[in-house]
Design a protein around this ligand. Structure first.
Ligand SMILES: [Zn+2]
Length: 351
C-alpha cells in the first residue's frame, strides 16, 4: 500500500503512541556498551559487572550462579546484611548513573525524535540513556517539546518532588520550583517479587500517568521488555490501563525483541494487549511503525487502515549524524506547527 503513493500523513491524530522499554532496548541501542565501552548489565551478570563479588564474599552472601534479583531478595530477609545491602544499592546506582551515550545518534535519539509531545515513553530501565537523548536533542530542537516519559522502576538520572508532578527542578539549587523543597533521587525498584508501587511517592505518581497513557494509546510498542515473573504487579497495572483487549479494535500493538526470540511466547505474554490480529512482532527497531513513520505513526496507521489512503513511509534516517539529523527533524516539526496553527484558525472561524 505504500509503493506508489507520494504523500505522507498530516499530523492529525491526537491519540498517543505509547512505547514501553525494557533492558533489551538499551542492549539494541548500545550493543558494544556505552561511550567508554562499559557494558550494560542484565540481572544475570550485574554482580560481576558492578564488581560486587568481593563485598558479598566478605559477608558470606551466597551469590555464585544466581542472578541479582534472587541474591538481593534474599539479602533483604537478613537484618545482619542491612549495611551491605545499602552498599550494594549505592554501587548499582552509581554504575548506571555513570553510563553515557556515545557521541553519534543511537536508537535512543531516533526514538525520542520519532515521537511528538503528545506521545509517551515508559521505561523499566535504570540507565540514563533516555534522559540523555532527550537532553541533547531537545536543547537543539527548541521549537517543540519531547514526548512524555515515565520511569517505571526509577532512574539514576532524575530527581523529583514528592508533592508535584510534573515538577520543575531548578538545576542550580536542586529544589522544586513550585514548593522549594529539596528534590529527591528516585528509588531504584529492585526486582523483588512483591513491588508495592503505592509505597513509593515517585512510583505512585508515575504509575498513575502510565495508566492514563495506556487508556489513551492508539499504538503500543513494547521494545525489549520481557515481562519477567517478578513484574507481575507491573503487568497487572498495564492491563488495568489497557482494559479489555476486545474493546481496543482501533489499536495496534507491536513487539520488538531480539532475533531468535520465541514468537509464541511473545504472543502469549502480550495477548492481553492485542485485539485479534492487530499486532506484529519484529526483531529490528528500524522496521517498526515507530521508526518507519517518524512523528506520524498514529496518523499513518489511521490513514492506511481506517481511511484506506495511500500514504508513504517517513523513515528516520539511521545513518544521518548530528546536526544533519536535527535539521531533518526540524522540517517535520515545522510542518506540525503549521498544521496546528491552521487547525486553530479553523476552530476560530467556526466559532
Ligand atoms: Zn514541589
Amino acid at each position: 500500500m505504500t509503493g506508489s503513493s507520494t504523500k505522507v500523513s498530516e499530523p492529525h491524530i491526537e491519540r498517543l503512541h505509547v512505547v514501553i522499554l525494557g533492558a533489551g532496548a538499551s542492549l539494541a541501542a548500545l550493543p558494544n556498551g556505552d561511550n567508554r565501552g562499559r557494558k550494560l548489565p542484565l540481572m544475570n551478570d550485574l554482580i560481576e559487572l558492578v564488581e560486587l563479588g568481593s563485598v558479598l564474599d566478605d559477608h558470606n552472601v551466597d551469590y555464585r550462579g544466581k542472578n541479582f534479583e534472587v541474591v538481593y531478595s534474599a539479602m533483604g530477609q537478613e537484618e545482619r546484611l542491612d549495611d551491605v545491602t545499602k552498599l550494594v544499592e549505592d554501587a548499582v546506582y552509581n554504575y548506571f548513573h555513570d553510563l553515557e551515550l556515545p557521541d553519534y545518534p543511537t536508537i535512543y535519539d531516533h526514538l525520542v525524535l520519532s515521537l511528538r509531545p503528545k506521545d509517551f515513553i515508559a521505561t523499566f530501565n535504570w540507565d540514563p540513556f533516555l534522559v540523555q537523548a532527550i537532553e541533547r536533542n531537545y536543547s537543539v530542537l527548541t521549537q517543540t517539546s519531547p514526548p512524555n516519559v515515565a520511569f517505571l522502576h526509577g532512574c539514576t538520572q532524575i530527581v523529583y518532588c514528592d508533592r508535584h508532578s510534573p515538577a520543575v527542578i531548578q538545576s542550580e539549587t536542586k529544589r522544586c520550583g513550585k514548593c522549594g523543597e529539596p528534590a529527591k533521587r528516585t528509588r531504584l525498584l529492585y526486582p523483588v517479587s512483591q513491588k508495592d508501587y503505592n509505597s513509593d511517592p515517585h512510583a505512585k505518581m508515575t504509575w498513575a500517568d502510565m495508566e492514563l497513557a495506556m487508556q489513551n494509546a492508539n499504538i503500543l510498542t513494547v521494545f525489549g521488555y520481557g515481562a519477567p515473573n517478578t513484574d507481575v504487579e507491573a503487568m497487572s497495572l498495564l492491563k488495568r490501563g489497557w482494559g479489555d483487549s476486545k474493546s481496543r479494535s482501533f489499536e495496534q500493538t507491536e513487539i520488538i525483541d531480539r532475533p531468535g526470540r520465541d514468537r509464541e511466547e511473545l504472543e502469549s505474554t502480550w495477548a492481553p494487549f492485542i485485539h485479534t490480529h492487530h499486532y506484529h512482532i519484529l526483531d529490528d527497531f528500524y522496521h517498526s511503525l515507530l521508526a518507519r513513520n517518524t512523528r506520524r505513526s498514529c496518523d499513518t496507521f489511521w490513514d492506511r487502515m481506517r481511511m484506506c489512503k495511500l500514504v508513504k513511509d517517513l523513515p528516520i534516517p539511521p545513518d544521518l549524524d548530528f546536526p544533519d539529523l536535527w535539521d531533518w527533524s526540524a522540517v517535520l516539526i515545522e510542518e506540525e506547527l503549521e498544521y496546528d496553527a491552521k487547525r486553530a484558525d479553523k476552530k476560530d472561524s467556526a466559532c
